[in-house]
Design a protein. Structure first.
Length: 69
């Protein structure tokens, strides 16, 4: 979380167990340590951009991964 960069993948689990990833997003912007935007597909709204540190998303956040370049 301390080294997020544009292009990183962020993974979420809607269940208490982190063994099952249920959602993934792509970091689009990092303005500061707790100011991170990501895009993802919403079933109701289509592709949207949200704040990673919004209460809902930070609660279900599991991990971030930097794809190999």
């Amino acid at each position: 979380m301390d080294d997020l960069k544009k292009g990183d993948l962020v993974f979420f689990s809607e269940k208490k167990s982190v063994n099952k990833i249920s959602h993934v997003g792509l970091v689009t912007e990092v303005k500061g340590k707790k100011d991170v935007k990501f895009i993802h597909a919403s079933t109701k709204l289509g592709v949207v951009e949200n704040d990673l540190y919004a209460p809902y998303y930070i609660k279900i956040f599991v991990k971030a991964v930097r794809p190999l370049h």
